[in-house]
Design a protein around this ligand. Structure first.
Ligand SMILES: [Zn+2]
Length: 306
């Protein structure tokens, strides 16, 4: 009834329902995180991503190092839910009023350098604030690379290949041309940005990169950072600060048919009780991350007398 792929040395299962293709990621280790902390979460002195602790308490790559670029620090996620799952702490500051282009560009570039070490199907992602699913308030990005794409990434790659076969050119070239002539066009700064016609979240904005795979998007990093900041500044004028972002990459085999897409959605502002288990994977990859193995829950149910 379902298939299982095991990643990260058996620490992560990706299960796919045969009937629908719906996928679910199970990472039991993530239960060990303290998810009950109230907003604004750990004070700076109690934050593993703050200077002084990030160098001591986060994992390193196999060579014993982390990637440092500008203020950013990139390292493997202690609680992965992908085969290759990295975290990039964006700033030295625990709370940031407004990010600079340098801060976001350095963090994206550091994360990109890290995910390229593994390859496969890559995405760069950001949950900003606990109400967008960030379990640690200190601003950070997450990069994942798996042997298979995530659900939504896979649908776009498959659809784009089919479109290319049928039309002989890229869907995304047609998409940019058509959308630029609509009220959904926002601005172009190397990357054209649009309000998504079929939004998967509040005020979804999509940027279409002039590149496909991680190897090609390096030169787009700075305009990407500028574009993200411009969008979240607009969200701020509309009253929301929390957001999710995902940048879906293709592989070099997708170069003719697919352009990397950056999707950003607005989320509700944090409040004292704010914490959600719906983050970039659920909202922007259509793939839930859960912590409890169904078999463990079954055993608990039967043995607890519930
Ligand atoms: Zn911190």
């Amino acid at each position: 009834m379902f298939s299982v792929d095991t990643y990260a040395g058996g620490r992560v299962q990706v299960r796919r329902e045969a009937l629908t293709g719906i996928a679910s990621r199970i990472s039991p280790e993530r239960l060990r995180r303290n998810l009950s902390m109230p907003y604004p979460g750990s004070p700076p002195g109690d934050c593993p991503f703050c200077p002084g602790r990030v160098e001591r308490e986060t994992p390193t790559f196999a060579d014993g190092a982390r990637i440092h670029l500008g203020e950013s620090v990139t390292f493997p996620n202690l609680y992965p839910y992908a085969d290759w799952h990295l975290v990039t702490v964006i700033t030295r500051a625990h709370a940031v009023e407004r990010f600079t282009v340098d801060q976001v560009a350095d963090a994206l570039a550091g994360l990109l350098e890290g995910v390229k070490r593994r390859g496969g199907y890559v995405s760069l992602n950001w949950n900003y604030l606990p109400s967008a699913g960030a379990s640690i308030p200190h601003p950070h990005l997450q990069g994942i690379a798996d042997p298979r794409p995530t659900t939504l990434q896979g649908r776009y790659l498959t659809g784009s290949r089919a479109y290319y076969r049928e039309h002989g050119h890229s869907y995304w070239a047609d998409f940019v041309e058509e959308e630029t002539a609509t009220d959904r066009f926002l601005f172009e700064d190397v990357i054209p940005w649009f309000a998504s016609a079929v939004p998967v979240g509040e005020r979804e904005v999509r940027g279409v990169l002039p590149a496909t795979s991680p190897a090609g998007i390096g030169p787009c990093i700075r305009p990407l950072a500028r574009g993200i900041l411009r969008v979240i500044e607009c969200y701020r004028t509309l009253g929301t600060r929390a957001f999710n972002m995902a940048l879906y990459c293709g592989t070099t085999d997708d170069a003719s048919s697919f352009s990397a897409i950056c999707s950003i959605i607005a989320r509700l502002n944090p409040n004292p009780a704010s914490m959600t288990d719906s983050a970039f994977m659920e909202r922007l990859h259509f793939e839930p991350v859960v912590m409890t193995l169904p078999e463990e829950f079954g055993r608990y149910f039967r043995e607890s007398g519930c």
